[in-house]
Design a binder for this molecule. Structure first.
Ligand SMILES: C[S@@+](CC[C@H](N)C(=O)[O-])C[C@H]1O[C@@H](n2cnc3c(N)ncnc32)[C@H](O)[C@@H]1O
Length: 426
C-alpha cells in the first residue's frame, strides 16, 4: 500500500483510500478470506477496515460478501452460474457452495468487528439484504451478531449507570438507547458513532423523546389514535386485535386480579373489563390520559383502581402493601429497553402470583424485521435470566398503508406480531 505523507496531494490520498476500500470489498465479495485477512490486518490508512463503505452503494464488506450469493435478476443465475435445490433454509435455490464460502467470510468479518446493522444506500443492513435474497443461513448469523452486540451494549449501559453512582443525571442525559450505545467507548468494534446504522431499538415506538419530556408534553387524543406533541404515535386503533388477544391470553376466566401499566386509549383495559376481573388496577403517568380516563368514566368501572404516576414510583408501594396479581400487562411509551428490563427483572417478581401470567406490547424493533428478530432473542435471554418462560404466538398484522398519515413515523413495518405470554419458570 502506498505510504501517505504530509506531502501527499489530497486527491491522491483519496484515490488510494478508495482503491483500498474497493480491494477489501472485492475480496469480501469473492469470499477470499486469506486476502481479506491480509487486507484487514495490514491496513495502515484505514483504521476501521472491516467497516469500510463503497461511496455509491454504501456496501460494507458484509454487504458485499452477502450480495455475492444473489441470483442475477435477468439471467436468474447465481454469481458462478450454479444453483441448488429449493429448501426451507434455501428458499430461492442459491448455490450452496457460494453460500458455504459466504458463511465463512461473514463469520470472519464479524470476528474482525464488522458492524451488524450498518445501512447501505438502499436502506438495507447486511441482514436485510440476506433475507431479501433468500440467504437465510447468513441472515441467522447476522441476527446472532446483533443479539451479541445488543446484549453487550445493554450490559455496558447498566454497568455505566451503576459505576457512575449519579443515576438520575445519567438517565436524563442518555435516555435513548442509541445515544448510550454510540457513546460507549469500550466496544469500538460494535459501535461507530459516524456510521449510519439501523437504530438499536428499545421502545415500542422508539421516538426521539425521553419519558420525562413526553410526560410533560400535550397530547393530541383522537378517536382512533393518540399522538404526542411531535406527532409520534403513542397508541393507534389498529393495535386493537393485538390488545384483544393479549387480554384474553392473560385473563382467561372471570374473577381474577389484573394490573395494567399504561392506559393509552384504554383498548386493552376495555378487553380486561370484558373478562370480569375481581380487581383491575391501572397505572397511568400522563395527565392528559388521566383526564380522558375520568371523562370516560373509568374511575367508576367495576373493580377499577387508578394509580396516577409512573410505574417506577407506584409499583414499590404496591409491593410494600402486598398486592399480588394474576395478570400483569406492560405497554408504556418513550421508555428504553433498559426500563423494560428493570420492570420485569425487579418488579414483576414481587407482584405476580406464583401461577400468574404477564405480557407486554412486543413492538421493540418493529420498524425493521431484523431488529424485531434481534430484540425477540435479546428479550428472551433476559427474561430467562430473570426467571421467566416466554411463549410467542404469531399474529398476522393487516396492511397498514394509509394508517401513518399525519404520524411522524411508521413504528410498525413487520408482517407478523409475536404475542408474548410469560410465566415464572417451573
Ligand atoms: C402505548 S400506550 C398504552 C396503550 C394501551 N395498551 C391501550 O390498549 O390503549 C402507553 C401509555 O403508557 C403511558 N406511560 C408512559 N410512560 C409511563 C410510565 N413510566 N408509567 C406509567 N405509564 C406510562 C402513556 O402515557 C400512555 O398512556
Amino acid at each position: 500500500m502506498p505510504e501517505v505523507t504530509d506531502d501527499t496531494p489530497v486527491h491522491l490520498t483519496e484515490v488510494d483510500v478508495d482503491l483500498d476500500v474497493q480491494e477489501i470489498l472485492l475480496a469480501a465479495s469473492q469470499h477470499d478470506n486469506a486476502k481479506l485477512r491480509t487486507l484487514l490486518r495490514n491496513q495502515t490508512t484505514l483504521p476501521d477496515a472491516a467497516n469500510v463503505k463503497d461511496s455509491e452503494s454504501g456496501f460494507t464488506p458484509l454487504h458485499s460478501a452477502i450480495a455475492a450469493c444473489e441470483r442475477d435478476t435477468e439471467s436468474n443465475e447465481t454469481q458462478n452460474g450454479a444453483s441448488s435445490e429449493v429448501t426451507e433454509s434455501n428458499p430461492k435455490g442459491l448455490d450452496t457452495e457460494t453460500l458455504k464460502s459466504a458463511v465463512l467470510t461473514v463469520k470472519f468479518l464479524l470476528q474482525e468487528g464488522a458492524i451488524w446493522n450498518d445501512l447501505d444506500t438502499n436502506n438495507e443492513t447486511p441482514g436485510c439484504l440476506a433475507r431479501r435474497i433468500g440467504a437465510l443461513e447468513l441472515y441467522d448469523l447476522i441476527v446472532d451478531a446483533g443479539v451479541r452486540a445488543e446484549l453487550l451494549l445493554n450490559r455496558l449501559d447498566a454497568y455505566e449507570e451503576l459505576s457512575d453512582g449519579d443515576e438520575e443525571e445519567e438517565k436524563e442525559e442518555g435516555e435513548g438507547e442509541g445515544e448510550a450505545a454510540t457513546e460507549t467507548e469500550t466496544a469500538p468494534e460494535l459501535v461507530d458513532a459516524s456510521a449510519e446504522t439501523a437504530a438499536s431499538t428499545a421502545t415500542p415506538a422508539n421516538p426521539d423523546v425521553s419519558n420525562p419530556q413526553y410526560l410533560e408534553s400535550h397530547l393530541n387524543i383522537q378517536n382512533d389514535r393518540i399522538l404526542d406533541a411531535d406527532k409520534n404515535g403513542v397508541m393507534m386503533e389498529w393495535e386493537s386485535e393485538i390488545m384483544r388477544k393479549s387480554a384474553k391470553a392473560l385473563l382467561p376466566t372471570p374473577g381474577l386480579k389484573v394490573l395494567n401499566i399504561g392506559h393509552g386509549m384504554g383498548i386493552v383495559d376495555g378487553f380486561f373489563q370484558e373478562q370480569g376481573p375481581a380487581a383491575h388496577h391501572i397505572i397511568e403517568a400522563h395527565e392528559d390520559v388521566i383526564a380522558e380516563m375520568k371523562r370516560r368514566g373509568w374511575d367508576s368501572k367495576p373493580g377499577v383502581v387508578i394509580h396516577q404516576g409512573r410505574w417506577q414510583d407506584i409499583l414499590p408501594g404496591l409491593v410494600a402493601e402486598g398486592e399480588q396479581f394474576d395478570a400483569i400487562y406492560y405497554d408504556t411509551f418513550a421508555e428504553s429497553y433498559g426500563d423494560f428490563r428493570e420492570f420485569f427483572s425487579e418488579q414483576v417478581i414481587g407482584l405476580l402470583e406464583q401461577e400468574g401470567r404477564w405480557g407486554f406490547f412486543n413492538g421493540m424493533g418493529a420498524d425493521r424485521q431484523i431488529s424485531y428478530d434481534v430484540y425477540q432473542k435479546v428479550a428472551e435471554m433476559d427474561l430467562f435470566e430473570a426467571g421467566f418462560d416466554v411463549q410467542w404466538e404469531e399474529i398476522a398484522v393487516p396492511k397498514l398503508e394509509g394508517e401513518w398519515e399525519g404520524v411522524r413515523r411508521a413504528y410498525w413495518v413487520v408482517d407478523d406480531y409475536r404475542l408474548p405470554l410469560c410465566k415464572f419458570m417451573d
